[in-house]
Design a protein around this ligand. Structure first.
Ligand code: CA
Length: 223
């Protein structure tokens, strides 16, 4: 899962990015509305955290522009305390949730998890596919109830497939949602990660769909 953070307070931006990376997300950042708007228009994010008071272009205008351009990713706005009118404007522009500054980063992370899984059609924080459970709250995976150790890239890969189980996901799509903008991307490495992940899971749930990509099939891998 890949997230964009648009926040002009450099230290707060760093803090949010670090917390998201620790939680297993690929993260891009922007420090003003112009950069933020461009990234949100051109890169496929699973979620955006958007401050409203931004230099160059304000957050509400950025959000309006994205929604006009049919960009549908979930957006959490960051608002100042006592600015209820900001929240109204933000929701009217197409925000999905808000967090009031100052906030505990744990609250922001919980809202991120909830929106990411709801956008993919999952209501519970535990996503299940056959023998595999993804505990999005703890950021870990279990096979038949036993926790398995995954690297951050393996977790991102499994997390994306689990959120989108039952549909074929191409290698390009996986690459775009697993790595941040600055990462030297090579879609061939996905194959390597899938191989390692299959070995660690020990169950045949990730199918290769020749020429198209990978499918996590909820009806496979039993027994
Ligand atoms: Ca600001």
């Amino acid at each position: 899962m890949r997230i964009l953070v648009v926040e002009d307070d450099a230290s707060l931006n760093r803090q949010i990015v670090a917390a998201l990376e620790d939680a297993g997300y690929a993260v891009d950042k922007a420090l003003d509305g112009e950069d933020g708007q461009f990234l949100g228009e051109t890169e496929p994010y699973d979620l955006v955290i958007l401050d409203l008071g931004l230099p160059k272009i304000d957050g509400v205008s950025v959000l309006n522009a994205w929604r006009r351009a049919e960009r549908k990713m979930p957006v959490i706005i960051l608002t100042a305390r006592d600015r209820w009118s900001d929240k109204v404007q933000g929701f009217d522009a197409g925000a999905d949730d808000y967090v009031t500054k100052p906030f505990h980063v744990e609250e922001l992370l919980a809202r991120v998890r909830a929106l990411v899984r709801r956008a993919a059609g999952h209501a519970s924080s535990e996503i299940v596919c056959g023998p595999i459970t993804l505990d999005t709250r703890a950021g870990r995976a279990l096979v038949e109830g036993m926790a398995i150790k995954l690297t951050s890239h393996e977790y991102r890969l499994l997390s994306y497939l689990m959120h989108h189980q039952g549909r074929v996901v191409s290698r390009t799509e996986l690459t775009e949602h697993m790595y941040d903008q600055d990462f030297d991307r090579d879609s061939n490495t996905i194959e390597v990660f899938v191989g390692r992940l299959r070995k660690k899971l020990g169950v045949e749930v990730i199918q290769t769909v020749r020429g198209l990509g990978y499918l996590l099939d909820p009806d496979q891998g039993r027994g």
